[in-house]
Every structure is written in structure tokens, then in C-alpha cells.
Design a binder for this molecule. Structure first.
Ligand SMILES: Cc1cc2nc3c(=O)[nH]c(=O)nc-3n(C[C@H](O)[C@H](O)[C@H](O)COP(=O)(O)O)c2cc1C
Length: 208
């Protein structure tokens, strides 16, 4: 647990935002279907550009999760360090978690973008791809926060982007875009996660 911060004590939402941190190792305790459903519903409540809701959640347990871990390990050797190490670490988290949720974009917004906006094809592609990524990232964060609120541990594994074509094929989303793979379980560590840099480094007020 992170130490309490009075600024976040105002309500439970703020406390959950403060408490969320990445956990990469999990106990063998199962996570109920109901809880996973809540995470998926929380993800699905995210805002999305043009209300396209173009995220897809792929839930893996048992053998499928082990198969994904094996795929990641087998491809890790194709990359130099540190990518190879991060891929192997990701594979360990995937294999060790009782449930793994992958998030992919459908790519629909990208494909239909030029019809929606009568702008140059390349610009429409860039614009809509960015919008899809941002929308799905909001869905992933909703899911992570919901997990924290239920006492569940998660980590957003982005490193699998390096082998995204293989992963998307594996997930049955070959036309989609890789967003994240999130192992879900009960965490073994009591770590607090890294300290965040002070706000003064991040914020500028243009008029106050
Ligand atoms: C887009 C994205 C990709 C990430 N990819 C990985 C990853 O591949 N492997 C990993 O262990 N952590 C990954 N993380 C987790 C970050 O390492 C973590 O969020 C960061 O160190 C801050 O720690 P915290 O989540 O505990 O606050 C990723 C996080 C984000 C937002």
C-alpha cells in the first residue's frame, strides 16, 4: 500500500487512483468471473472518440494464457536487450496470473475515417489512429482502476507491441491494433510502486 495522502482522502475514487500501481507477480488465487466482468464493464464505460467504442477485450485463462506466455518467450530472443529481458519478464507475468486480458482496437475508425472526415487520406489515418489509441488507453486505465478498487493487481504490458502481429493473430484480431495485455490476479508483493515526480515539474499555468 502507498502511504495515505490527505489530498486523495476526499473520496474513494481519488483513493483508488492514488493506490493503483503496477504489480507483476501474482498468487495462485483465482479471480471470479463476476470480478472479471466488472473490470470489463469498467473498461467499456470509457470515453471514446466519435463514441466509436472501438476497443475489444480478449480474456484468457488456463491453457490460452500459457500459450501466449510461450509465444512471447519464444519471440524474445529475436530482440536485443533490454527488449528481450522485458519480453521474458512479461511472459512470466502472463504465465503467473490467473487471468489475462488483452485490449485491441478494431481499426474500424481508421478504415472509415476518410469517409467521416473529408480530409486527405494520410491525415485522416493519423488522426483516427491516434483517436482510437487514446480511446482504448482510457478503457485500459478504467480497467486498471476498477481492479485496484476490488483489491486486484494488474500491470499494463506494452512491450508486446514489439511482436504485435503475432499477438494479434494469436488473439484472433488480425485486423486490429495492439493496445495492451493486462495480467490480473492477487499480487504477491506489497510494493508501493514508484514515487511520482512532483507536480511542479509537470504543470504550467498560462493564466492564473
Ligand atoms: C503504455 C504502457 C506500457 C507499459 N508497458 C509495460 C511493460 O511492457 N512491462 C512492464 O513491466 N510494465 C509496463 N508498464 C507499466 C509501467 O512500467 C508503470 O506504469 C510505471 O513504471 C509506473 O509505475 P506504476 O504503474 O506502479 O505507477 C507500462 C505502462 C504503460 C502506461
Amino acid at each position: 500500500m502507498k502511504p495515505a495522502d490527505p489530498a486523495f482522502s476526499l473520496n474513494q475514487t481519488l483513493q483508488v487512483i492514488r493506490q493503483r500501481h503496477s504489480i507483476r507477480m501474482f498468487t495462485k488465487q483465482e479471480v471470479s468471473e463476476d470480478r472479471i466482468n466488472l473490470l470489463l464493464q469498467a473498461g467499456n464505460e470509457a470515453p471514446s472518440a466519435h463514441n466509436q467504442q472501438s476497443w475489444r477485450f480478449i480474456v484468457m485463462r488456463n491453457q490460452k494464457r500459457q500459450d501466449l506466455a510461450r509465444l512471447v518467450t519464444s519471440r524474445s530472443g529475436d530482440f536485443p536487450r533490454p527488449a528481450s529481458t522485458l519480453l521474458r519478464m512479461a511472459a512470466r507475468s502472463i504465465a503467473g496470473a490467473p487471468v489475462v486480458i488483452a485490449i485491441a482496437n478494431t481499426g474500424d475508425l481508421i478504415r472509415h475515417g476518410t469517409q467521416l472526415f473529408k480530409v486527405e487520406k494520410e491525415m485522416a489515418h493519423d488522426f483516427f489512429r491516434t483517436m482510437e489509441i487514446q480511446s482504448s488507453a482510457a478503457a485500459v486505465e478504467n480497467l486498471l482502476l476498477a481492479a485496484t478498487s476490488l483489491g486486484l493487481a494488474t500491470v499494463w504490458l506494452g512491450i508486446l507491441y514489439l511482436i504485435k502481429d503475432d499477438v494479434l493473430e494469436f488473439l484472433g484480431e488480425p485486423k486490429g491494433e495492439f493496445m495492451a495485455v493486462v495480467p490480473v490476479g492477487y499480487g504477491v508483493t506489497s510494493s508501493r510502486g514508484p514515487q511520482k515526480q512532483p507536480l511542479e515539474m509537470k504543470v504550467r499555468y498560462l493564466d492564473r
